[in-house]
Design a protein around this ligand. Structure first.
Ligand code: 5GP
Length: 180
């Protein structure tokens, strides 16, 4: 399970990791947020409306779910359980609230916190992403402060100095076989 503040580069690191470790399965979350340019339904997320998200909660379809800013995010339970039962390494990229829920439900899950090299670098990445308006970026930074304070809760911390180095560390930590 990989967590870390918004803007730290979780998505980029996970995409690179999946390229290098082809056996790794990456969970696709459900969200009520709208797609950003370039995001693909079923690959980046399953994009749903609020009513569908509520129905999924009621049906017990989420392993965990959380509200982040104005939107909700959740991990569909069944695909994760199927992958784990089949012995396939499964990776969830989720926020702190979700990480806490998964840790409670699956105490054996290995949890990694992806941290920015410095606070200033995180500010730069979040405010230059350009896909969020300044108010949203501001609230994501406020939340990032809270998330950074929780890094001790995780089994390991990886500092995202570069995508390659973060990937190398994750491959070692998760003992992933790599395809070269
Ligand atoms: P974004 O809108 O930038 O894609 O994601 C916002 C935050 O929600 C990020 O911290 C991301 O890791 C988190 N997130 C994405 N999917 C899930 C999920 O399924 N569950 C939880 N709890 N958080 C998620």
């Amino acid at each position: 399970m990989l967590s870390g503040p918004s803007g730290v580069g979780k998505g980029t690191v996970v995409a690179a990791l999946a390229q290098r470790a082809s056996t790794l399965w990456v969970s696709v979350s459900v969200t009520t947020r709208l797609p950003r340019p370039g995001e693909i339904e079923g690959v980046s997320y399953h994009f749903v409306d609020d009513a569908t998200f509520d129905a999924m909660i009621a049906a017990g379809e989420f392993l965990e779910h959380a509200t982040y800013g104005a939107y909700r995010y959740g991990t569909p339970r069944r695909p994760v359980e199927e992958k784990l039962a089949a012995g396939t390494p499964a990776l969830l990229e989720i926020d702190l609230q979700g990480a806490r829920q998964v840790r409670a439900a699956m105490p054996d899950a290995f949890t990694v916190f992806l941290a920015p090299p410095t606070w200033d670098e995180l500010v730069r990445r979040l405010t230059h992403r350009g896909t969020e308006d300044p108010l949203v970026a501001r609230s994501r930074l406020d939340r990032a402060r809270i998330e950074l304070a929780a890094e001790d809760e995780f089994d390991a911390v990886v500092i995202n100095e570069s995508v390659e180095q973060a990937c190398d560390e994750l491959i070692t930590l998760l003992r992933l076989p790599v395809s070269r």
